[in-house]
Design a protein around this ligand. Structure first.
Ligand SMILES: [Mg+2]
Length: 240
């Protein structure tokens, strides 16, 4: 049996907050709202082009890193690439759609059932708590404030503020230092196999994967979590 940790480092999006629940549906909603402005294009055709452009955009690690930090620009780049399919030029519409998409996604964000209660429960233990999240400083900070998440944590670290994100080991080392623990004394809990699990394991942190969507490990993945849980509240059993 693994020793209990002195510190827990938690991911935010899709670990505490349901953030990326159904992006395909959100794009479809956007396309329905705007397809009429693009001439002879149906919402479904536009959505198909957008999803293809979206997959292309996020498939490159460096492009994705920039996109996380400049989210509106990422939305614009995706939309422009989709627009090109229909010979629609760049226009103020791209920015309006990008902003509207961010708004649709924002409205859908909510803490998972039991997630805040779990943070409250963890706060009553001696375990130090760190929040380690990738993304744009303003957007992540806004989410943290909207759901009053910061008050549960001894250390909050946002990629856009710190300058380095997961899975870069410097992000993990900084969090460990801020929590005054060694890698072997910490557990990382997150939903992203590459950022959270591989990232934590490379510095020697015990990595707990939250299988948020209940799909199990994807075929062909080389990342092996040390432990898998279904949702954040399951962590309570592991530490009691
Ligand atoms: Mg996540």
């Amino acid at each position: 049996m693994k020793n209990l940790p002195r510190a827990l480092i938690l991911d935010l999006d899709d670990t505490i907050l349901e953030s990326y629940g159904n992006p395909d549906t959100a794009w479809l909603q956007l396309c329905r709202e705007f397809a009429g402005s693009l001439g002879d294009v149906t919402a479904e055709e536009l959505q198909a082009a957008v999803l293809q452009a979206r997959d292309w955009y996020w498939s490159d690690a460096e492009r994705a890193r920039r996109g996380r930090l400049e989210v509106l620009q990422a939305r614009r780049d995706i939309l422009l690439r989709a627009f090109a399919e229909f010979n629609v030029p760049d226009s103020p519409l791209v920015t309006r759609m990008g902003e509207r998409y961010n708004q649709i996604r924002d409205e859908a964000i909510w803490p998972f059932p039991g997630a805040i209660a779990t943070l409250r429960r963890l706060q009553t233990t001696d375990i130090r708590l760190g929040l380690l999240t990738n993304g744009n400083a303003e957007m992540q900070r806004a989410k943290i404030e909207r759901f009053s998440v910061a008050e549960y944590f001894d250390h909050v670290q946002i990629e856009g503020e710190f300058g380095i994100g997961k899975p870069d080991e410097r992000a993990f080392r900084h969090a460990l230092e801020a929590l005054s623990v060694e890698p072997t004394e910490a557990w990382m809990v997150g939903d992203n196999l590459d950022f959270d699990i591989r990232g934590a394991q490379q510095v020697g942190i015990h990595a707990i994967w939250v299988d948020t969507h209940g799909n199990g490990l994807p075929d062909g993945t080389i990342v092996q979590p040390d432990t898998t849980i279904k949702s954040l509240p399951d962590i309570v059993k592991l530490i009691s």
